[in-house]
Write a protein that binds this ligand. Structure first.
Ligand SMILES: Nc1ncnc2c1ncn2[C@@H]1O[C@H](COP(=O)(O)OP(=O)(O)OP(=O)(O)O)[C@@H](O)[C@H]1O
Length: 225
């Protein structure tokens, strides 16, 4: 599903050049649940942004479902992204001015789904995430665990092929964190590929495989049993 080869990303300022990804290669197969770990500054967010088509690499190949996307322009990236990729962030990234229902509806508006179908899809996913009773609340009226359930609902409402999660439990207590990991596990068992950046060895144990990065390179891969 994802194959990157010799991927490079540099950040240049006037004085210094930082190599964020240094000829990084990795592969993620359809249906896998992969954790990406490594010390601060090793390139995890940079990698996730490129995998999520939010940013482009400076060199190397990125095959998404066998299509070379490394040289896609922003418009083509956005098109592929909105139909295929769901994002879950540490800080939830919900829109405060929109209700729970409206936040989850947004990706369906972007992909042109008709209003009646939107209602059905949003209600189904809110039900699945057990947050239906809060559909008319605003994000600030919800607990952190509830906000992350809404964010996961928003990530999956378009039935993406892949979910990219950046520290999804980072702002949650352990009980809410475990609930979020269980939700991600359920989605994975229903066929969604998941790539999750985490600092938590506990959360990483929910995955099938850990890719460890250091200085923009893969250093080791652990298969979970
Ligand atoms: N916009 C930017 N401009 C300049 N340098 C950057 C920029 N973004 C990231 N970097 C640098 O690139 C390297 C990789 O950063 P990245 O954010 O991908 O690391 P990370 O592994 O996600 O770190 P953390 O765990 O702290 O979030 C770091 O050395 C960082 O300082």
């Amino acid at each position: 599903m994802i194959k990157i080869t010799n991927l490079e990303k540099f950040y240049r300022t006037e004085e210094v050049e930082t190599i964020a990804l240094n000829k990084l290669s990795m592969e993620v197969k359809k249906g896998e649940f992969v954790a990406i770990m490594g010390p601060s500054g090793c390139g995890k967010s940079t990698l996730l942004n490129i995998l999520g088509l939010l940013d482009d690499p400076d060199a190397g190949s990125y095959l998404f479902n066998d299509i070379e996307v490394a040289d896609f322009n922003e418009r083509k990236r956005a098109d592929l992204r909105k139909h295929n990729i769901g994002f879950v962030f540490q800080s939830f990234n919900l829109i405060d001015e929109l209700t729970v229902f409206e936040n989850v509806e947004l990706p369906l508006i972007y992909t042109g789904v008709a209003a009646a179908d939107r209602v059905k899809k949003v209600e189904a996913v809110l039900d699945k995430m057990q947050i239906m009773h809060r559909r008319n609340h605003y994000p600030q009226q919800l607990s952190g665990g509830q906000q992350q359930r809404v964010a996961i609902a928003r990530a999956v409402v378009n039935t993406p092929k892949i979910i990219l999660a950046d520290e999804p439990t980072g702002n949650l207590d352990s009980s809410n964190g475990n609930d979020v990991m269980e939700l991600l596990t359920d989605l994975n068992e229903q066929g969604t590929t998941i790539i999750m950046v985490t600092h938590s060895e506990h959360d990483a144990r929910y995955s099938h495989r850990i890719i460890r990065l250091l200085d923009g390179q893969t250093v080791v891969e652990n298969i979970m049993i």
